[in-house]
Design a protein around this ligand. Structure first.
Ligand code: NAD
Length: 442
């Protein structure tokens, strides 16, 4: 099928490239000409394992291209996905990008004679597709909803695992305004073997929030347990989890999320839990669980500072090395990364901060880092050398292989605070390196 996708961010490109690899013809629509040129030359604007190779393959097959011409892209295709950003600003979902996209789509549909299906892929709170997007498209196209198709197709792919998730999804959800729309969209997914769930628009929207809020809840619950363990003392939360995970009802599925760390981040869980919370409030509900999930996550980075200050009470001018900036391994995404919150807390204490991340390079212009008083190191050695403490904040594989002797040789009085519990505490016994971690205070 011929498909246009509005948005060349993470979801737009990951979805577009995967669908182009699956017998569809894709035009992604972007706004930044420089970025468009780079993508059309085979260079992704972000890091995602394996996606660059797939991009080069679909460019060669000529099943994928990026354009800046939104109107023409819609006129040349049968289906348009909306994959623009829906950030949460002041705790409320911001629909400005999606409203703007709906308006442009409406104008293009006015010029189009043949049937066209609009698919909302961006995450939007329940009823948005019906009550916000549909009226805008109707207004600008001069057509009624049965003259064009409308679907809501939530995206479940995970950064760092996008290709596997896109090629081999657990399920495809098609929220449809009518049967014709859903059937038409399903043709784009005809080569997938997973179940396709047809439902109404608002159920599809709710499925996405329920899924993200569930995982966020499990993470915050795990972090609450770690706080209790720290307070009791002589308990390592990792020992607790290892045994809890043996329960067949949990493993292997949920156990990945049932683990303590410095909190969830990224472009989805933080914004979607907050958006759902304010949406529930509008409905007159308190949503106490989601409220607590958000609160635990907001305060979890403070736990790292708390552990650090147990050993170094005054951090002024102390050299603190941060290992890992991205919100999780295998991505260079810094959006809402707990590392950034922890750095802000260290800045307040006037610590000297040196950071390393395998994917955030020394000379990179990262807007997210503009207001941070930090130095970026090129190598782990450079970051750790002479540090008073190391805070491990992202579970990159590269860090997992570091041995206590490495820290002992490079640091003044070696102290490791493991925010992701990637090291076994036993390794550090009698090693000359002090080891503390989330849920373990020695
Ligand atoms: P993003 O901010 O990285 O990308 C959105 C892109 O859309 C930006 O590049 C922006 O410039 C572009 N855009 C906005 N309006 C446009 C227009 N009129 N024409 C052309 N381009 C336009 O966001 P993302 O991470 O790709 O997420 C997109 C949506 O998918 C969000 O609603 C998000 O919640 C949801 N989602 C994200 C993920 C993820 O892992 N990132 C996973 C599932 C769902």
């Amino acid at each position: 099928m011929k498909i246009s996708i509005i948005g060349t961010g993470y979801v737009g490109l990951a979805t577009g490239i995967s669908l182009a690899n699956n017998m569809n013809h894709i035009i992604c629509v972007g706004r930044n000409r420089e970025k468009i040129k780079k993508i059309n030359n085979g260079n992704l604007p972000f890091f995602e394992p394996g996606l660059d190779k797939l991009l080069q393959k679909v460019l060669k097959k000529k099943t994928f291209t990026v354009s800046s011409n939104l109107q023409n892209s819609i006129l040349q295709t049968d289906i348009t996905f909306i994959a623009v950003g829906t950030p949460t600003i002041n705790n409320h979902i911001d629909l400005s990008e999606i409203k703007n996209a709906a308006c442009e789509i409406g104008k293009a549909l006015k010029r189009k004679k043949s049937y066209h299906v609009i698919v909302v892929k961006s995450t939007v709170v329940p009823t948005t597709t019906e009550s916000v997007i549909k009226p805008i498209i109707e207004k600008y196209s001069g057509k009624k909803a049965d003259e064009f198709g409308l679907c809501m197709n939530p995206e479940f792919l995970r950064e760092g695992n996008a290709i596997e998730d896109a090629i081999n999804p657990d399920r495809i959800v098609i929220g449809q305004i009518d049967d014709k729309s859903g059937k038409y969209l399903a043709r784009a997914f005809k080569n997938f073997s997973c179940p396709i769930i047809f439902t109404n628009l608002r159920t599809a929207e709710m499925i996405k929030y329920t899924s993200n809020s569930l995982f966020a809840t499990i993470i915050s619950f795990s972090n609450e347990i770690s706080r209790i363990c720290e307070k009791i003392g002589e308990i390592d939360v990792v020992d607790v989890w290892k045994t809890v995970h043996l329960d067949k009802r949990l493993s292997p599925g949920l156990s990945h999320y049932l683990f303590s760390g410095c909190g969830y981040g990224g472009s989805c869980f933080p914004k979607d839990t907050k958006a759902l919370l304010s949406f529930a409030k509008k409905l007159g509900l308190k949503a106490e669980i989601i409220k607590s999930v958000v609160k635990v996550n907001t305060t979890q980075p403070e736990r790292l500072l708390h552990l650090l200050k147990k050993r170094i009470a005054h951090l002024k001018n102390k050299k603190i090395a941060i290992l890992g900036l991205s919100f999780k391994p295998d991505t260079d995404d810094l959006r809402e990364s707990p590392a950034l919150t922890i750095i802000k807390l260290l800045m307040k204490e006037k610590a000297q901060i040196i950071c390393h991340d395998p994917m955030v390079y020394k000379n990179s212009q990262r807007l997210e880092l503009n207001n941070f008083r930090i130095r970026l190191a090129t190598t782990v050695e450079e970051a750790v050398k002479g540090a008073d403490a190391v805070l491990l904040l992202t579970a990159w594989n590269e860090y997992k292989s570091l041995k206590p002797i490495f820290f002992k040789k490079k640091m003044k009085k070696p102290l490791i605070i493991d925010g992701r519990r990637i090291y076994s505490k036993e390794l550090f016994i009698n090693s000359g390196v002090e080891y503390l971690g989330i849920g373990y205070t020695s």
